[in-house]
Design a protein around this ligand. Sequence first.
Ligand SMILES: Cc1ncc(COP(=O)(O)O)c(C=O)c1O
Length: 402
Amino acid sequence: MARISERLRVSRKIGAIAESATLAVDAKAKALKAAGEHVISFGAGEPDFPTPANIVEAAVEACRDPASHKYSPAAGLPELRAAIAVKTERDSGYACEPTHVLVTNGGKQAVYNAFQVLLDPGDEVLLPAPYWTTYPEAIALADGVTVAVPTTEKTEFRTSVDQLEAARTERTKAMLFVSPSNPTGAVYPREEVEAIGRWADEHDLWVITDEIYEHLTFGGHRFTSMPAVVPEIVGNCIVVNGVAKTYAMTGWRVGWMIGPADIVIAAANLQSHSTSNVANVSQRAALAAVSGDLSAVAEMRAAFERRGRTMHEMLSRVPGVTCLEPQGAFYCFPSFEGVLGREIAGRTVGTTLELSEVLLDEALVAVVPGEAFGAPGYARLSFALGDDELVEGLERITALLG
Ligand SMILES: Cc1ncc(COP(=O)(O)O)c(C=O)c1O
């Protein structure tokens, strides 16, 4: 009989989860800050604005309502599910029923639920890279297999039907689609969204489409919702969304998935045994957010666009760095290939992982290395921080690498 000490203390599945590089960088930056250093962090994936006051007031009111103090349906407050259905048609043109909406603990739980509900062991998921770090972990937790589909700045970090078709096998069950993208800021034009949707329909594949940055697009770039423009895929499509990025509500933890009834029922069952209802106070805040107008997000979008332009201009002037202009979300994703191999502050920097350490140690600037997103040679810089801090941080990078 195996002695307890010979067994794994942590299960293989959970032990295999990679530490989030985003959080690791953030933790180191915070430790330096706590030690009194003026660290400038480009690591954060969240708006620097507070949640709009009317939303906070709705939450305060909900706190005082005894109904909020009790359990509520695991699938979400019925009035919030209904309001999300209305908001979805208003914002993206995708008409869905409240019963097709499941309220989740942030968009992250919607991603987790989607893969848990869809995948059997060995099922493959096509995942365009660079990708948000959570996707491959959520796929692995559902015993699925990530098939990364690499993209570069040559195609502005967009994949194509040809590339996807080349990666498709008998085991392909789903693809993950995200536009605007974290980490690249890429936004797919409508005709490409349509082409990918039609291809997925033709091959009976599921599409999980992450629309969390729908309102953050810049210049002439516009968000397109796949099920709105390819209605044929509605039966094989899960939309992921949430209030975090649109309403500066990352800490409230409200997201949702929209999918066919059988999928929503299955995910609600899973949720009923894992997390139960999302905190009622947060749901009532989200109700105020999605039922209100979009004036707060218009202001934030304008600030992000201005900051994104400044960041792009300043990064493009750094020798060895190339950077596409961000099209959406709030990230620049420059290539540092031309910097690697150089000696910086007495250290030879061979990878972007090492570069991020040197930037933090020598310039007190935090960036997330591309390794975290399946894209070594690049780094992600968030421009969700104040204009002055942003300029100072970029000046420090320029001084160190220039
Ligand atoms: C692409 C993408 N999807 C989903 C999420 C999940 O956001 P939340 O769980 O805070 O709603 C994030 C957060 O960083 C994200 O970048």
